[in-house]
Design a protein around this ligand. Structure first.
Ligand SMILES: [Zn+2]
Ligand SMILES: [Zn+2]
Length: 364
């Protein structure tokens, strides 16, 4: 089965071509269909900001490493006992790439993200098919196209980030990073009554995109002084909630200085394993009483992500689509930063969705 995989470990940005990480299409064995499993013919798999970290060997260096956890598709087979959620062959679906076992202690304590068996079903979905446990699979609403459906997983991350802000209506909010998670978090937190909603992002196209989807202000951290601008926007008080969706060591440290007293700061990205951020405990935790937190994965967020998905404007996140055979070019496009999201079409599947372009934006 053709699968997109990391075929050589290394930074995808390495200027030295002989050391640069490589992504290509390899042949993987078919995944077994267990009694409680669902086999999905994958329609679309989106490239995630975390995929280049996998190419650098963050989770292991034995190549090939199969990629793809943001997928949509159509069910083509069900295991004999996969009937607890009412899924049927032909259903249009998306889902959670992680299966939470439900039995280990963290699962029973309501902390599924720390499930001790989290890797058991973590299979590459940037492939012709993927086989998941029934509990990982969600049927897409009729108004969400397969192309939009591959954004269910990143939307679940945005939902989880917003959950961790504990936002109250009227809170001033800044988001650092205008990639897909930043853009989705912006739309989701707007629904919660965020004010002074600001996106901090060096790429002009991404700032403009945020302004089209609910941002009230944008800051260019390279061309402008972000502290002065944040002061102007918040009348010198700072933001009640600051979200990092950039994952950039350069960007994150200054976020503590635009946070208001008593603010919550969420590091909602994946960071280089060796990066350490200096933290003055007296200034930030004693005098300012900041709450600092992060997000690993998104347990309990998928059903609600499915509820908000039809209400999000997703057209601008689904503009760049490559065929599976062109995965290498797709990753080059992702690294160029020209599009907030790059999607791989794993199979050409006719889509029955009546995507309402006025609400959800572009269907296929
Ligand atoms: Zn992702
Ligand atoms: Zn578990």
């Amino acid at each position: 089965m053709r699968t997109v995989a990391v075929t050589r470990i290394g930074s995808l940005r390495d200027p030295d071509e002989s050391a640069r990480g490589q992504v290509g299409v390899v042949d993987f064995p078919d995944q077994p269909l267990g009694d409680e499993d669902v086999r999905i013919r994958v329609a679309y798999a989106a490239i995630c900001g975390s995929d280049p970290h996998l190419a650098e060997g963050f989770f292991g260096t034995d190549v090939p490493i199969g990629l793809g956890h943001e997928i949509s598709g159509v069910i083509e087979a069900l295991g004999e006992k996969a009937h607890r959620t009412g899924l049927q062959v032909g259903d249009r679906v998306a889902g959670n790439f992680l299966r939470f076992c439900g039995t280990c202690l963290p699962c029973r304590e309501g902390k599924q993200q720390f499930c001790e068996h989290i890797q058991d079903y973590n299979r590459p979905g940037m492939a012709e098919t993927i086989t998941w446990h029934e509990s990982q699979v969600y049927k897409l609403p009729d108004t969400v196209s397969l192309l939009e459906g591959c954004l269910l997983e990143p939307t679940s991350v945005a939902v989880r980030i917003v959950d961790k802000t504990n936002i109250k209506v009227g809170d001033r909010v800044a988001i650092c990073g205008g990639g897909p998670i930043g853009q989705l978090a912006l739309q989701v937190i707007k629904m919660h009554g965020a004010t002074s909603l600001t996106l901090i992002e060096p790429i002009a196209e991404r700032r403009e995109m945020a302004l089209r989807h609910g941002a009230e202000h944008v800051i260019d951290p390279v061309g402008e002084d972000q502290y002065t601008r944040a002061d102007e926007i918040t009348d010198g008080r700072g933001y009640d909630i600051v979200i990092d969706a950039s994952g950039s060591p350069r960007a994150v440290r200054g976020l503590l200085d635009i946070a208001a007293k008593g603010a919550t700061v969420i590091y909602g990205a994946m960071y280089p394993a060796e990066f350490e951020m200096p933290l003055n405990l007296s200034d930030y935790l004693y005098l300012k009483e900041l709450t600092l937190t992060g997000v690993f994965v998104s347990p309990y967020a998928f059903p609600r992500a499915l509820q908000v998905l039809p209400h999000l404007e997703l057209a601008e996140l689904t503009q760049s689509v490559f065929d599976l055979a062109d995965a290498t070019e797709a990753f080059a496009m992702h690294m160029s930063g020209r599009f907030a999201k790059v999607v791989i079409r794993c199979n050409d599947i006719a889509d029955s969705a009546a995507s309402t372009s006025a609400v959800a934006g572009g269907a296929e």
